[in-house]
Ligand binder design. Structure first.
Ligand SMILES: NC(=O)C1=CN([C@@H]2O[C@H](COP(=O)(O)OP(=O)(O)OC[C@H]3O[C@@H](n4cnc5c(N)ncnc54)[C@H](OP(=O)(O)O)[C@@H]3O)[C@@H](O)[C@H]2O)C=CC1
Ligand SMILES: Nc1nc(=O)c2c([nH]1)NC[C@@H]1CN(c3ccc(C(=O)N[C@@H](CCC(=O)O)C(=O)O)cc3)C=[N+]21
Length: 292
C-alpha cells in the first residue's frame, strides 16, 4: 500500500483565516461591527506566552480587535474573575479566552463558569458543552472543531464511520466525541483505564489521539487505510540538548499504514487558532443579532 497523505493543517488554516478576514471586512462595511477577542494569560508559562502572542497577531491580521491581558502569577482568583466579568460586559469584546493552565491557587472550573456562554469562544462552559451534547447551536471547542474540518475535507461524508477518540478531557476528547457523534460516526472514547487500547484503536476508520504521550500510537494499532488525527503537542529532548515537538502518534511508522495523517507541528495546532477566530466572528454575529 502507498504511504499516507500528509494533511496540511497549516495551509488549511491559512485559507480559513483568509475567509474569516473577508467576513470581518464585510461585517465592518455592512454592520459597522468589528469582532473582538480578549485573551487572558495568568503567569509566565513559556509555551502559553508563545500561543497567546500568535493568537493576538492572527486576530489583528484578520482585521479584528485584539486585546491581551497579562496578569502576574500571584493574581488572586477574585481579581481574575473580576476581569472576566468586565470583559463579559464590554461591548467591544465578543470572545473571552483564559489561557490554561492557570496557577494552582486558581480553580479552572470557577474561571470557566465566570465566562459568559455567549462569549465562550473556547466552548468550555457547561452551557455550551450541554448545547453541543443536546444538538443545539453552540460555540464548540476550537481544537475539535478544527479536527472536524480536516476530517470532512479528507473524507467528505463521515456518516457511519467508526471513530476512536483517545482522551476524554473537557477541552478535547469529550467535545471531539460529541462532534463525531453529531456527524453520525460510531464513536468510542478511550482513556487511561481502557483495556487493550491497541485492539480498540484497530477498529477505527478515524483515530483521534489527544493524550499528551509522545508517539504512543504505533503502526500496529492502526487499521490499514484509517485516517489519523494527532492532537498531541509534546516537547521531547533531542541529542543536541535542544527539544523538538512530536505528537501522540509515532508518525514515521503510522504514515506507512494510514491513508491520511496530520503532522506535528503543522497539523491540528494551526487549526486551533483559526477556529478561535471563527468562533469569535460567530459570537460577534450572534451577540448582534446578525444571521449566519
Ligand atoms: N493542537 C492543539 O491545538 C492542542 C493540543 N493539545 C494537546 O493534546 C494533548 C491532550 O490534551 P488534553 O486533552 O488537554 O490533555 P489531558 O491531560 O487533559 O487529557 C489527557 C487524556 O488522555 C488520557 N490518557 C492519559 N494516558 C493515557 C494512556 N496511557 N492511554 C490512554 N489514554 C490516556 C487521559 O485519561 P484519564 O482521563 O483516564 O486520565 C485523559 O483523558 C496534549 O498533548 C495537549 O498538549 C491540547 C489542546 C489543543
Ligand atoms: N483556554 C485554552 N484554550 C486552548 O485552546 C488552549 C489552552 N487554553 N491552553 C493550551 C492549549 C494548547 N493549544 C494550542 C494552540 C495552538 C497550537 C499551535 O499553533 N501549534 C503549532 C505550532 C506549535 C509550536 O511550534 O510550538 C503546530 O502544531 O503546528 C498548539 C496548541 C491551545 N490550547
Amino acid at each position: 500500500m502507498s504511504e499516507a497523505a500528509i494533511i496540511d493543517g497549516k495551509a488549511f488554516a491559512a485559507r480559513l483565516r483568509q475567509t474569516i478576514a473577508a467576513e470581518v471586512a464585510a461585517l465592518k462595511a455592512e454592520h459597522g461591527l468589528t469582532p473582538g477577542l480578549a485573551v487572558v494569560l495568568v503567569g509566565e508559562d513559556p509555551a502559553s506566552q508563545v500561543y497567546v502572542r500568535s493568537k493576538g497577531e492572527q486576530t489583528l491580521e484578520a482585521g479584528m480587535h485584539s486585546e491581551t491581558h497579562r496578569l502576574p502569577a500571584e493574581t488572586s482568583q477574585a481579581e481574575l474573575l473580576a476581569l472576566v466579568e468586565r470583559l463579559n460586559s464590554d461591548p467591544a469584546v465578543h470572545g473571552v479566552l483564559v489561557q490554561f493552565p492557570v496557577p494552582d491557587h486558581i480553580s479552572q472550573a470557577d474561571v470557566v463558569a465566570a465566562i459568559s456562554p455567549d462569549k465562550d469562544v473556547d466552548g468550555l462552559t457547561v452551557a455550551n458543552a450541554g448545547r453541543l451534547a443536546s444538538g443545539l447551536p453552540a460555540l464548540t471547542p476550537c481544537t475539535p472543531t478544527g479536527c472536524m474540518m480536516l476530517l470532512r475535507d479528507q473524507l467528505g461524508e463521515l456518516s457511519g464511520k467508526r471513530a476512536v477518540v483517545i482522551g476524554r478531557s473537557n477541552l478535547m476528547g469529550k467535545p471531539m466525541a460529541q462532534l463525531l457523534l453529531a456527524a453520525d460516526c460510531t464513536v468510542t472514547i478511550a482513556h487511561s483505564r481502557t483495556k487493550d487500547l491497541p485492539a480498540v484503536v484497530r477498529e477505527a476508520d478515524i483515530v483521534v489521539a489527544a493524550v499528551g504521550r509522545p508517539q504512543m500510537v504505533k503502526a500496529d494499532w492502526v487499521k490499514p487505510g484509517a485516517v489519523v488525527i494527532d492532537v498531541g503537542i509534546n516537547r521531547i529532548p533531542k541529542d543536541d540538548g535542544k527539544t523538538r515537538l512530536v505528537g501522540d502518534v509515532a508518525f514515521d511508522e503510522v504514515k506507512a499504514v494510514a491513508s491520511a495523517i496530520t503532522p506535528v507541528p503543522g497539523g491540528v495546532g494551526p487549526m486551533t487558532i483559526a477556529c478561535l477566530l471563527a468562533n469569535t466572528v460567530l459570537a460577534a454575529k450572534r451577540l448582534n443579532g446578525i444571521g449566519e
